[in-house]
Design a protein around this ligand. Structure first.
Ligand code: 5AD
Ligand code: SF4
Length: 480
């Protein structure tokens, strides 16, 4: 690793991959004596952008801060420390963060003691750090995705030396166990099973910001899940950029399928996982999904494009035909399974015909939902330099056409639940109406329902009385 005054990140270094397995460290997480009470009397606020990996990292950051005595602040502008845990996946996600950092200047003026930190994926980008340094001098602290565990030392540096502190490593990364964490929910938990990504899809910044694919040991994952069960958790979501690659770096026999089976056998009522890459979704994993009733019949299977030429340029490693075959296999093996996907429109030089292939695939798979995006150029990725003759207006029109189709099939897919009874894990009162509860069915459908005397974390039966495109309405029925 090249070190300079500020440990600036380097995309070129982040691109490198070695063959050796990542180091797994079981830390006895101790905060040095001189700073162990640094947070006493101080409060923190973490704002999280982007994916579940960031949500989970924020829980770990919160855990570290609370170990130092910091208290969570419910209000952004009352906190003594504000951390923005950022996402770099698309330019508009980044602009949102820069907008927020811009707003923080005002807070810093009224409270000069306020510490402002930026972490997460944007912190791993060279260009972002340069922009932060030159245009946003009120940011005190920047640290990368590989530097979470060092937060106490970094805060010490900011507070005692009053220096701007930047620590970002561009490296493949290790696996660090036993960090403290303060989970946001008490009934559903994110559980990392692996970190990083080695797929290098041509458009994607993640392999550079999160390092190489590296798995946690199965015993560490199962220990975490056993503890969650003991605390009363009802659902775990196994997290990785690409869960089907689980265990390959450690030669774990049976890979993701074996892990999934072991998690199913713990007896926790609900298990889901994301994200699956269609390329290494093997038959054993499909059989295990079909076999265990506590594995939720819900699969997020990113398509990205339905056109072979675009898929090849994206470096996705599957053809449209292979994707369809996998989809058919899953649908047949897991009755009632719901499917969601991610789709990018306007990849460089995507022709009308290529876009039509994507629409045809949506017609074929009739997804329960799809997350759709216009291609965004990310500096350092292969697609950044690709020629593109397609204008933004065409891309926006395609997105609108696609979204209309997605909404149509989402509604159609929900019709199958009308007048049926589904099992719902209760999240709490609905955001819009406190007399109505909200939760998710096993198929990961949002259900708003009338009920009496239910608590967060209850598993209840709900009769579906009305169907919308992106949610279901119903009434709880008492179990006789
Ligand atoms: N532009 C647009 N969408 C992207 N995604 C990842 N990188 C980009 C990009 N550069 C989308 C993919 C991925 C999801 C998490 O974000 O569809 O599956
Ligand atoms: Fe990005 Fe592709 Fe890795 Fe997903 S599999 S994180 S889209 S590089």
């Amino acid at each position: 690793m090249k070190e300079n005054k500020f440990n600036l990140p380097s995309i070129n270094e982040a691109r490198r991959r070695t063959k050796c397995a990542a180091k797994i460290e079981h830390l006895e997480f101790k905060i040095p004596e001189d700073i162990k009470d640094l947070g006493v009397g101080r409060s923190y606020f973490i704002r999280t952008y982007g994916c579940q990996a960031n949500e989970r990292d924020s829980e770990i950051l919160a855990g570290i801060l609370e170990t130092m005595g910091y208290q969570k602040s419910e209000e952004f502008d009352k906190a003594d420390l504000i951390l923005l845990n950022t996402c770099a996946i698309r330019q508009n996600a980044e602009e949102k963060v820069f907008g927020e950092i811009g707003n923080l200047k005002r807070l810093k003026r009224t409270n000069p003691e306020l510490i402002i930190g930026v972490c997460g994926c944007m912190a791993q980008e060279e260009a972002t750090i340069k922009r932060l340094l030159s245009k946003y001098p009120w940011v005190d602290l920047v640290f990368g995705t590989h530097n979470l565990y060092n937060l106490p030392q970094l805060l010490k540096n900011v507070l005692f030396s009053k220096e701007k502190t930047i620590e970002v490593f561009s490296k493949e990364g290790e696996v660090i166990e036993d960090l403290p964490s303060s989970r946001l929910q008490k009934h559903k938990a994110w559980v990392n099973i692996m970190y990083g990504c080695d797929k290098f899809c041509a458009y994607c910044i993640v392999p550079y910001t999160r390092g190489k694919e590296r798995s946690r040991l199965m015993e560490d994952i199962l220990k975490e899940i056993d503890e969650l069960i003991a605390e009363g958790y009802k659902e775990v979501c196994l997290l990785g950029q690409n869960v089907n690659a689980y265990g390959r770096d450690l030669d774990i026999k049976g890979g993701f399928g074996a892990l999934l089976e072991a998690v199913a056998k713990t007896g926790i009522p609900r298990i889901r996982f994301m994200t699956s890459h269609p390329w290494n979704f093997d038959d054993q994993t499909i059989a295990i999904c079909a076999k265990y009733p506590n594995i939720m019949p819900y699969i997020h299977l990113p398509l990205q494009s339905g056109n072979d030429e675009i898929l090849r340029k994206m470096n996705r490693r599957y053809s449209a035909k292979e994707y369809k075959e996998l989809y058919d296999k899953l649908k047949k093996a897991i009755p009632g399974c719901s499917f969601t996907t991610d789709i990018i429109v306007g990849f460089p030089n995507e022709s009308d015909e290529a876009f039509k292939d994507t629409l045809d695939m949506v017609d074929y798979c009739q997804y329960d939902n799809a997350f759709t995006f216009i291609f965004s150029r990310r500096k350092g990725t292969p697609a950044y330099d690709m020629e593109d003759a397609i204008d933004m207006k065409t891309k926006e029109e395609r997105l609108a056409i696609l979204n209309k189709k997605v909404a149509h099939y989402a509604n159609l897919a929900n019709q199958r639940f009308l007048n049926t009874v589904v099992e719902v894990l209760v999240d709490g009162p609905s955001k819009k109406n406190p007399d109505i509860y909200a939760g998710y069915s096993k198929e990961n459908k949002l259900v708003n329902f009338k009920a009496n005397n239910v608590k967060i974390g209850d598993l209840v039966k709900v009769k579906i009385t009305a169907v919308k495109s992106f949610s279901l309405d119903g009434e709880m029925i008492e179990d006789k």
